[in-house]
Design a protein around this ligand. Structure first.
Ligand code: ASP
Length: 452
């Protein structure tokens, strides 16, 4: 059995949904289909999820919602029209939205979640209806039937029982159409995953039914070894390990949600990233292990928006519990960190800048200074992380030197270097303005002579 997930652009219009039907029909093993909400039809279009967020904010502010609601319904109408479906389906969608808008507003996050999730929920119902109308027996299945998630306040994740609850779906006769992006707590409260979270739903389903393959359909032929918007014509990645993909998706490889790897990784279901607009292209396979290619580096990614908390104190290395106390201060502010490179007398904690505010930054600096009696404390912003990833890096000497030399030619200073303990990644912290130049330089160093 194959579980496939179709992303927003793959289900954005009637024409796209017809392609989805053809893909599903062409292989009888494709029995479970997870779908996103209708995404962008062109680069200047708006995703239904964003229209829904706008609608829920208007409702929370007691603004007029009618026009915003109609915008959402019109998107479904255009799809229903193009698929020759009964218009009654759009009345049902409008009714559903009005009901959600009447929901409890006391917790704004949950109110917005409930509206956001309607994008995938209604799309799944519509797509199941379409499959049935063209003689592809299909059934919409709600995440209520087993996709149990945790309670607030942590970010949403599937509880272990979700997998056993959903396992019986493997015996389905019809094609199951399952909405991505959300689940229900044990108390029946709807919660959404992170943005792009339909990838996670597909992965949970693939793990639950122990699928032979999880196909993730999107709008590109494959994952590239570097961002094609920055590097000219980068090499296509045909096969990549879970570990490599995880390291790359942490910094900017947005084709596949980084949280989506965990469920399939645990039981070893391979993932195939494919293009709905070009389904015969082989795509990129994410696998537990792959044969060595002779090339140490598989991909290079880069992401901006990092800050670093620099702390120095003489004899820090002798002070028992210094690191724990420092990280506790961040934990108290509900901040997660990415790396902690350190020297004998100093340490930097690198975190995503979007977690910081003027207020929490001031609190952190004051506490580190006072409670840890630090000699120097500084918060610096505007960093990018450049990550070089490859299973082959472990058995290759001189790689860091090659990378550092390539970076030095751009004139940029390396602010931080971190080699993961698994030795499949090497991270460089640099000032944001050098990011693209460095990515190009590193690509030139490690891929220039590689045939695509
Ligand atoms: N529709 C949601 C989003 O735009 C989830 C998804 O498409 O995966 O983030």
């Amino acid at each position: 059995m194959i579980v496939c997930k179709f992303g927003g652009t793959s289900v954005a219009s009637a024409e796209q949904i017809q392609k989805v039907a053809n893909i599903v029909k062409s292989n009888p093993a494709r029995k479970i289909v997870a779908v996103s909400a209708p995404g962008k039809r062109s680069s200047d279009d708006i995703k239904v999820t964003d229209l829904l967020i706008d609608l829920s904010n208007a409702a929370l502010n007691n603004d007029d919602i009618e026009q915003k609601l109609q915008k959402v319904v019109t998107r479904y109408q255009a799809i229903a029209d193009g698929l020759a479906l009964d218009y009654a389906i759009c009345d049902v969608i409008a009714e559903d939205l009005r009901e959600r808008l009447q929901g409890d507003k006391s917790n704004e996050e949950l109110f917005i979640d409930n509206l956001k999730a309607s994008g995938e929920d209604n799309n799944a119902k519509l797509i199941a209806a379409y499959f049935n109308s063209i003689d592809m027996p299909a059934r919409y299945v709600s995440p209520k039937e087993g996709l149990v998630v945790n309670d607030l306040p942590e970010r949403t994740f599937a509880l272990p029982e979700a997998y056993s609850n959903l396992a019986p779906l493997k015996d389905t006769k019809e094609i199951i159409v399952f909405p991505g992006f959300f689940g229900y707590t044990k108390a029946g409260i709807l919660r959404t995953f992170d943005r792009g979270g339909s990838d996670i739903t597909g992965s949970i389903l693939a793990a639950a039914v122990e699928a032979e393959l999880y196909e993730n359909f999107t709008d590109v032929d494959c994952v590239f070894s570097a961002n094609p918007k920055v590097v000219n014509d980068p090499v296509e990645i045909k096969e990549i390990t879970y570990r490599e993909m995880r390291e790359l998706s942490y910094a900017g490889f947005s084709v596949f949600h980084d949280e989506a790897l965990m469920p399939v990784y645990k039981i070893g279901v391979p993932v195939n990233i494919k293009n709905t607009n070009n389904p015969s292209a082989p795509g990129t396979r994410i696998v537990p292990n792959r044969p060595a290619t002779g090339r140490p580096v598989t991909g290079i990614s880069a992401d901006s928006g990092f800050s670093t908390l620099y702390v120095s104190k003489y004899l820090m290395n002798r002070e028992v519990g210094f690191g724990r106390k420092l990280l506790q201060i961040l934990e108290d502010e509900n901040i997660s960190y990415e790396h902690t490179p350190s020297g004998l007398d100093d340490i930097s904690v690198i975190m995503r800048s979007n977690q910081l505010t003027v207020e929490n930054e001031a609190r952190i600096l004051a506490r580190v200074k006072n409670e840890l009696s630090a000699d120097d404390v500084q918060m610096r912003h505007g960093f990018s992380m450049i990550v070089i990833v490859g299973e082959g890096m472990r058995n290759n000497t001189g790689l860091a030197a090659r990378a550092a030399t390539a970076i030095s030619k751009t004139g940029a200073n390396i602010e931080m270097i971190n080699q993961g303990s698994s030795e499949v990644s090497l991270v460089f912290g640099v000032l944001q303005e050098f990011e693209n130049q460095i990515l190009q330089a590193l690509y030139g160093e490690f891929f220039a002579h590689v045939q695509a």
